[in-house]
Design a protein around this ligand. Sequence first.
Ligand code: SF4
Ligand code: SF4
Length: 404
Amino acid sequence: MTPHAAPRGVLGLDADELVACVACGLCLPHCPTYRVTGLELASPRGRIAAMRAVEEGALPDATFVRAIDECVQCRGCETACPASVPFGHLVETTRAALLTLPGARRGRRRRWRDTVERLGLRAIGHRRALRALSWLLLAAQRLHLVPRGAALPRLTARALRTRLSGSVEPGAADAWLFTGCVMDAWMRPTHQAALRVLAETGAGVALSPPGASCCGALHAHAGRLSDARRLARRVVRSMPGDAPIVVDSAGCGAAMRDYGRWLDDPGATAFATRVVDFSTFVAGRGAPALRRSETAVVVVDPCHLRHVQRAHTAVRDLLAPAYELRETDDEGLCCGAGGAYAVLQPGLAAEIRARKVAAIVRAGGPGCVVAAANPGCALHLRAAGVDARHPADLAADALGGPRG
Ligand code: SF4
Ligand code: SF4
């Protein structure tokens, strides 16, 4: 990077957060992009040093933009960091700044990427647009126009037509189930399984209203913070009261538990305290009786459950009565899904995933069943041939009886 070519402080980062990094390097082994590339600039420490250089006047050139783009935002570095550097906040703020900094988005390829990202995020923020796109995707899959390895579910008309219903009206709910955007469009059978398991706990569950269709997590990841906040406000307004809000997507739950910071508002802070991951909620109510199965299940912790929500142990509490659980030996290293990362950085995402798949095979052998509590992780792993299932699906299977 060219030193002293831009005004100081162009990224708008918190100086205290930046200087908190003491460059010890303890985060490096926990960073998937560093593990794959071996490059300092693809490590948390290298990225923080580069952010600091830009804040001190270096040009945010193509090398810098690439270093930030290639971060999966898994936040494995935060868990490992003895100085509690809030890396997720630093990279989110940097991404937001890069969207508006003149000269920081050079190149036709990057402008094309930004356009695709913007249109994709706009679609997932609108329930009807996403539903329409899902039917188009189904048609494309039937015509074999979508590559088999793409990180997309195999859609069926039956799944797209599936109607969800809560067990009670919102006014009488013990809890809400947040259905979201992508999961609501593509993974309704998993929501159905979650509703079945929740019913077994005795909880009266209402569904989040259609107006609260997207939590804004993917928008925040991309640095589109005003869109993320607009969606977050809608979600907060849509579920009044004090009933817990159960979320069966680890990425959505992590974002919603951060709404207090996003919106800097006491109402949003109170809302965030009601958000709870599906497995935590079920285990907390006394998990339902599950039939013992002979199936071994390898547990893969989504980064936003393990490193951000720090709520990954409940998946084991929920599934252990029914399955023989196995652990990977990679200390929760990311699988490379990272929101839209698998689409925007397919090469790196595949290399990161290859390491995760190797860890899964070491734990459970080829063809083993995997529990992954985040739809993005499950889809990304399935695209590599892994039998990845949501803990709600596995728990519902162990209840016995008909699905849905
Ligand atoms: S968030 Fe993940 S990919 Fe990004 S620097 Fe931290 S460990 Fe590496
Ligand atoms: S572990 Fe924390 S303090 Fe050490 S290099 Fe990584 S981010 Fe910096």
